[in-house]
Design a protein around this ligand. Sequence first.
Ligand SMILES: [Zn+2]
Length: 227
Amino acid sequence: MKQKEILSNIPFNNQDEDHDVFSYETPLRPDAFEKDDDLKIELIEKHFKEIMHILGMDLSDDSLKGTPRRVAKMYVKEVFSGLNPASKPVTKLFDNKYNYDQMLVEKNITFYSHCEHHFVPIFGKAHVAYFSSGKVIGLSKINRIVQYFSKRPQVQERLTVQIAEELKKALKTEDVAVVMDAKHMCVSSRGVNDTNSQTGTANFSGKFNDPAIRAEFLNYINSSTVM
Ligand SMILES: [Zn+2]
């Protein structure tokens, strides 16, 4: 049932998973973390140097010689650090002492990701809402969950579902909504060179399947005031 709900929002391609025909997991090999970060940086540096060399660049130039290592470190330690489950944020829940039972919205969460088809940036805003199950989460943890899944080679559809699923788990509720608006550099800076188009994705579960509640959330995120 849960899977069906997700699929009603966003369709997915079949992926090679043990049981589920459909999966929102990032496709990773079982040996993905057998190499440690230092070794990964060393290997990527070597290969990136080769790419630059093939392109004809003079790697003895002062400005270029540090680039392979910089790129390798950036990949492993920054922009793709969310591949490693070790960087997953630890979420702590608090009692909802004030019995706040309305929708909580956190909007305009800035995120930077990379398109897995071209390895160029996807960036934009995520908007998240939930109803408390009796527990609440520190607000900055919502941002951290968004950042964690963004720091992977991604497609926006999967990123949206991964954030929604993690929030449901963390918040122990199905009543979660995620909307993402993003610019894809692979669309704006190359290919069709469309600098204006923006891509929107959404994942609604639980109470957010109610059109009135969904409308209330969308109204919040489209208004210029905070709530
Ligand atoms: Zn792309």
